[in-house]
Each structure stands twice: as C-alpha cells, then as structure tokens.
Design a protein around this ligand. Structure first.
Ligand SMILES: Cc1cc2nc3c(=O)[nH]c(=O)nc-3n(C[C@H](O)[C@H](O)[C@H](O)COP(=O)(O)OP(=O)(O)OC[C@H]3O[C@@H](n4cnc5c(N)ncnc54)[C@H](O)[C@@H]3O)c2cc1C
Length: 309
C-alpha cells in the first residue's frame, strides 16, 4: 500500500494528543539540518495512541522511520516516502527505583545526566555531549570514553509491530554501533538501566572534563551528525582521515570539519547530494590509500543515489 492510500483523516481522528502533519519538513528535526519532507509525520504522546496507530498501520507495508533527536541521520533532499514517528509526552518520562531507572525512549541523554547527577547516580556522565535520545542511543549502542549504552542497559521494552515485548540486555544483540533495533524489527518504548551510587562532586568533575575534551576536539555549534564513518577493526578512522588531509575538503555546502576529520559540517545550504558526494570522495581516497572500505555510522533516510555503504 502506498502512503497516499492511508486515510489521513482516520489517523487524525486517532490522534487526540499528538501532532499529525502531512509533508513535514524534516531538516529542522535533525542536527545536520539537511533534507526534504516526509509524507507523514506523527508525534505520539501516549502508549494508547501508539498502539492504535500501529494497529491502524499494520499490514500496510509502509515505510516507518522512528526519529529520535535526529543527531545521527542524513535525510535525503528528495524526502522520505513514508511515515516518520517521534515519541514524546509519556515517552519523555523517567521513573526511578533505587539504582534502577526506567526511561522513556524520547528522553534526551542530557536530561538523564542532569537527573542522575542530582540523585548521585553514576553511569551516564561520560556520555555528556551526545545529543541524542535514549531510544536513539540504545539503537546505535552509543558510546564515548567510559560510557556505552550496552554496559548499563538491563532491559528494553519494545514494540514488535504486533505486541509489546520485554528484551533483556543479551536479547538486544549489542555490538559496536549495532543492536537488534537497527535491523527493522522493533521500536524502543522504554529502556531500563542500572546505575551505581557515586558522589555529585565526582560526577560533576567527569562532566566538566568530558565537555572540555569535546570542546577541543569537536566542531560544536555547527550543523553536523557526529562521526560519519565507523571505526574499523579498532583502527581510529578519524586519525587516518586527518593524516590523509581531508580536513577542509568540501562539496558545495558540505565541508569536512577543521577540528575533527570524521565530522562533515553543513555550512548552511548543503543538500544531501553534497554530503553524499563528499562522503563518496572520502571513501574513494581512503580505499585508495589504505585498501579499507569505510562504513557509514550515520543512518540515511529516504532515497539516495547508489552509494557503497
Ligand atoms: C556533535 C555530535 C556528537 C556526537 N557524539 C557521539 C558520541 O560520542 N558517541 C556516539 O555513539 N554517538 C555520537 N553522536 C551520534 C548521535 O548523537 C548518537 O548516535 C545518538 O545516540 C543518536 O540518538 P538520536 O536520538 O539523535 O537518534 P536518531 O539520530 O534520531 O536516530 C538514530 C537511529 O536510531 C533509531 N531510533 C531512534 N529512536 C528509536 C526508537 N525509539 N526505537 C527504535 N529505533 C530508534 C533511528 O530510527 C535511527 O536508526 C554524536 C552526534 C553529534 C551531532
């Protein structure tokens, strides 16, 4: 079934709390600020509505993309011929029992860090500066310094296009920037994490130290989506990219950061084609020099010309 066959009015009727928009511009929902429109955009605030929408969409064969904070994605300038879902409202809540937290998929890591700091709970502080939701961070198994989602997750409550299920850490099949959630099956609703007691002073020191490091090494305040390429066999790709001299390399509005060789910045007017052409250029240079095929860390949404991912 094509998206155009979905009765927009029916979805609107179901949607008593959230936002339902046709032809939604996506670029402002991403940190890259690149890309076109989605056929449909749904902001879902309650589990009840989520289930109703999913039941309505069941068997529709539609492309559904769950967007977190859009900090690891590149949206095609041609847009996305499907439904983009964003979890808000009830999915933005944190509940706590001792050192166990259950966190709604739409909660930003920065909010969690603030919350846990005030409760003297340690586990997220090294993740400061990752501008994503816990849903996105779980899907990506985000990590930085001493932080890795897979190390603190106890369980994930997810939807498998039929029912709500409970996945233990080992069921999530976490790997480097990988999890079962990247393979099309589940939507993360809530994440259960286990933290450790610490002192506020110690947590604050770590936060300060990591913020300083990020400030020195990353082009903060620019439009980007973090590291473009994955590490390869534990090889530090950004160091090799730097040695290859890619900093400053550009295609129209897309340019490699002068601070971090694995970050591409949108100067303000870049199209997704500019970004992809720059990516392809870097991949070709890298392959020629190191005979290694770089893999994308960022997720592509929508249609793109053939690119070796
Ligand atoms: C300046 C900057 C610095 C960064 N630093 C780091 C870093 O140090 N370490 C690191 O690992 N990453 C880093 N990133 C990348 C990014 O922030 C992380 O991957 C983040 O966890 C993505 O979260 P998000 O909510 O933005 O997800 P999105 O970008 O919106 O989505 C990413 C993926 O998660 C999926 N997803 C989102 N929510 C759900 C859900 N509820 N259910 C199922 N799937 C879902 C999406 O479909 C998509 O496939 C950085 C990015 C930027 C811009």
């Amino acid at each position: 079934m094509k998206v155009t066959n979905i009765k927009f009015s029916n979805l609107k009727k179901l949607n008593y709390t959230g936002i339902t928009e046709k032809n939604k511009e996506l670029k402002n929902l991403t940190t890259f600020r690149v890309g076109g429109r989605a056929k449909l955009y749904l902001e879902i605030n309650t589990l009840e509505y989520f289930i109703k929408v999913m039941t309505y969409l069941k068997n529709s064969n539609l492309n559904i993309f769950v967007l977190g904070n859009g900090s690891n994605v590149l949206v095609s300038s041609l847009g996305f011929d499907g439904i983009v879902i964003k979890l808000k409202g009830d999915f933005s809540r944190i509940s706590i029992r001792g050192e166990l937290l259950e966190i709604g998929a739409g909660v930003m890591l920065s909010q969690i860090i603030n919350f846990t700091k005030n409760k003297n709970l340690s586990g997220f502080e090294y993740g400061i500066g990752i501008p994503g939701t816990i849903g996105g961070a779980t899907c990506m198994n985000a990590s930085a310094y001493d932080f890795e989602m897979s190390k603190i997750i106890k369980y994930v409550v997810a939807y498998d296009y039929d029912k709500i299920i409970y996945l233990k850490n080992e069921d999530c099949k976490f790997g480097y920037r990988d999890s079962i959630f990247q393979h099309g099956k589940y939507i993360i609703l809530r994440v259960g994490v286990e933290l450790k007691k610490s002192s506020r002073h110690e947590i604050e020191n770590i936060i300060k130290e990591v913020c300083e490091k990020r400030n020195i090494s990353q082009p903060l305040g620019t439009y980007n989506a973090g590291s473009v390429f994955k590490k390869k066999d534990n090889i530090c790709v950004s160091k090799l990219l730097d040695e290859m001299g890619v900093k400053g390399l550009c295609v129209n509005g897309a340019v490699v950061s002068n601070k971090h060789a694995n970050f591409i910045i949108n100067k303000g007017n870049a199209s997704s084609e500019d970004v992809i052409n720059l990516i392809q250029k870097i991949k070709n240079m890298f392959f020629e020099k190191y005979k290694i095929n770089l893999e994308l860390e960022i997720k592509l949404i929508g249609e793109f010309n053939e690119i070796d991912r």
